[in-house]
Design a protein around this ligand. Structure first.
Ligand code: DAH
Length: 426
C-alpha cells in the first residue's frame, strides 16, 4: 500500500493472515453525501448513486469528477460516493477513535501545540500530490493505473503528504493532517481503494539543535524516532518495535516503523527527515524538519481486531454499535461468518491489461460483496498470447448471498471485462 516506499504493502504476510477479512459503510455525519433520488427497482446497485457530495461545505457535482468519456479521467461512481464521508471525523468509529487517541498523545507530550487539519479537500492538483513533494516525473504512482485522475492535472490525493508544502507556505510549522486517501489497488482483506492517513510535520530552528551539539539532521531523526516510539507505546502498550531504512522521494533519511504483533513484523508508518528542497520552497532554508504518514485502518485493524477492511464502511449496527467514543481497548466480536462463493474467470489479456483495472471492474459491479480477487493461473501460448485465470471470492459481511445473485454478478463481470478491458474470454 505504501506506493512511495520500497515495499509495496504496509501489511506483512503474517498480518495478512491475521487480518484475513473485513468491510464497512456510512454513518449520518456532518459531511454527508448528498444522494440523488433512488433508482428504479430494476437497476440494482451495490453502492449509492450520488449526484453531489459535500466536502467541508463545498458541494462537488458528480459530473465534475466522474467522466466516463474522458480518457484522462478514471474515477468510478463507487469512489465518488466515498468523497465527503470522512470516517475520521466520527468519534464513535474506529478510525475516529484512533485519530483522537493520536491527538491526545501529541497534546499531552508536546508543550508546543500541533495544529490539526482534517477537512482539507481530497481533490488536489498533481502539483500538490506529486511535484511539491518531489515525486519524480516517471514515478509509478503518477500512472493512471495507480492514481485516480479527475483530469490530467487533478487527482484524488493518494497520500496526505499532498498538503505538506501548501501548509508550510501558509506559515504552519507543526501540524497533523488527517484525511481520506485514494489508490487504485488489488482486492483483498487489507486493501481498499479508499483509506485514511495521518500526516505529521514538525519544523525545527537552529536554536533547537544548537544546544544539543548534534548535527541538524541527526537531531531531527532522533527526535522523530523518539516521538513515534512513544506514540506506538501509547497506542499498543509495551510492544517490540524496530526501525527499517527505506526510500521516499520527500525524505532523507527515510524510515519505516514495524511493530511485532501476533508473531510477525507489521509496518505501521513511513517517515523521515524532510528533503531540504521542500523546506527551501517555503523560505525555510535555515531549518530542518521531520514528517511521518501513518495508515489509520492498519492501526485500527490491529487495535480492535477488525478482520476485514470493508467493515470500516459498514453501517450494520452489529458493527457500529461495538465502538464508543474514547474506547481504545475494545476488541471487535465478529457477528457473522457467511459462506464465501468462489467464481473463476479466464481470458486472454491484451497489452494494456492491468490487474488494477480488472479489480476496478469487479468492484464497480459487486461493490463490497467482493472479498478477494486472486490470480490463480497464468500462461503464454506458442502464439505469444497470455491467459490469466482469476478467482473472485464473493462474500457479504451482513447476509448469505444467493446463487442467483452471485451468478448474476459474475455474468456482469464477464460482460464488462470484455467491453471495457479489451480481453477475450476463454
Ligand atoms: N506518504 C507516504 C505514503 O503514503 C508516507 C510518508 C512517508 C509520509 C514519509 C511522510 C514521510 O510525511 O515523511 O506511503
Amino acid at each position: 500500500m505504501t506506493i512511495f516506499s520500497a515495499q509495496s504493502t504496509i501489511i506483512t504476510r503474517a498480518s495478512v493472515a491475521l487480518l484475513s477479512s473485513n468491510g464497512l459503510k456510512r454513518f449520518s455525519f456532518s459531511s454527508t453525501a448528498l444522494y440523488s433520488p433512488p433508482l428504479p427497482k430494476t437497476k440494482k446497485r451495490r453502492f449509492p448513486i450520488v449526484s453531489a457530495v459535500d466536502i467541508g461545505g463545498v458541494t462537488i457535482a458528480r459530473n465534475d469528477v466522474v467522466r466516463e468519456d474522458d480518457p484522462t479521467n478514471n474515477v468510478p461512481d463507487s469512489i465518488f460516493s466515498k468523497l465527503g464521508m470522512q470516517l475520521h471525523r466520527r468519534d464513535k468509529h474506529p478510525i475516529g477513535i484512533i485519530k483522537n487517541a493520536i491527538y491526545h498523545y501529541f497534546d499531552s507530550n508536546y508543550a508546543k501545540k500541533f495544529e490539526t487539519f482534517e477537512d482539507l479537500s481530497p481533490i488536489v492538483t498533481t502539483k500538490q500530490n506529486f511535484d511539491d513533494v518531489l515525486v519524480p516525473a516517471d514515478h509509478v504512482s503518477r500512472s493512471l493505473n495507480d492514481t485516480y485522475y479527475v483530469d490530467s492535472q487533478t487527482v484524488l490525493r493518494c497520500h496526505t503528504s499532498a498538503h505538506q508544502a501548501e501548509l508550510l507556505r501558509e506559515g504552519h510549522r507543526r501540524f497533523l493532517v488527517t484525511g481520506d486517501v485514494y489508490r487504485r489497488d488489488s482486492i483483498d482483506s487489507t486493501h481498499y481503494p479508499v483509506f485514511h492517513q495521518m500526516e505529521g510535520f514538525c519544523v525545527f530552528s537552529p536554536e533547537d539543535w544548537n544546544e544539543s551539539g548534534k548535527d541538524s539532521t541527526l537531531y531531527a531523526a532522533e527526535d522523530l524516532k523518539k516521538c513515534l516510539e512513544g506514540l506506538a507505546r501509547h497506542l499498543f502498550g509495551a510492544v517490540e518495535m524496530r526501525w527499517v531504512d527505506t526510500y521516499f522521494p520527500f525524505t532523507e533519511p527515510s524510515f519505516e516503523l514495524e511493530i511485532y504483533f501476533k508473531e510477525d513484523w507489521l509496518e505501521v508508518l513511513g517517515c523521515g527527515v524532510t528533503e531540504q528542497r521542500i523546506l527551501k520552497q517555503s523560505g525555510l532554508e535555515n531549518n530542518v524538519a521531520w514528517a511521518f504518514g501513518l495508515g489509520l485502518e492498519r492501526l485500527a485493524m490491529v487495535l480492535f481486531d477488525i478482520p476485514d477492511i470493508r467493515l470500516f464502511w459498514s453501517d450494520d449496527e452489529r458493527f457500529t454499535s461495538q465502538f464508543g467514543k474514547g474506547e481504545l481497548g475494545v476488541k471487535f466480536k465478529p457477528f457473522s461468518k457467511y459462506p464465501p462463493c468462489y467464481k473463476d474467470i479466464s481470458f486472454w489479456i491484451s497489452e494494456s491489461f492491468t490487474e488494477n483495472n480488472f479489480c476496478e471492474v469487479v468492484r464497480g459491479i459487486a461493490g463490497d460483496l467482493v472479498e478477494e480477487v486472486k490470480l490463480i493461473d497464468s500462461f503464454t501460448n506458442k502464439k505469444g498470447m497470455t491467459s490469466h485465470c482469476y478467482r473472485i471470492v464473493f462474500r457479504s459481511m451482513e447476509r448469505s448471498l444467493t446463487d442467483e445473485e452471485v451468478n448474476d454478478l459474475q455474468s456482469k463481470v464477464r460482460d464488462e471485462v470484455q467491453r471495457k478491458l479489451n480481453v477475450e474470454l476463454r
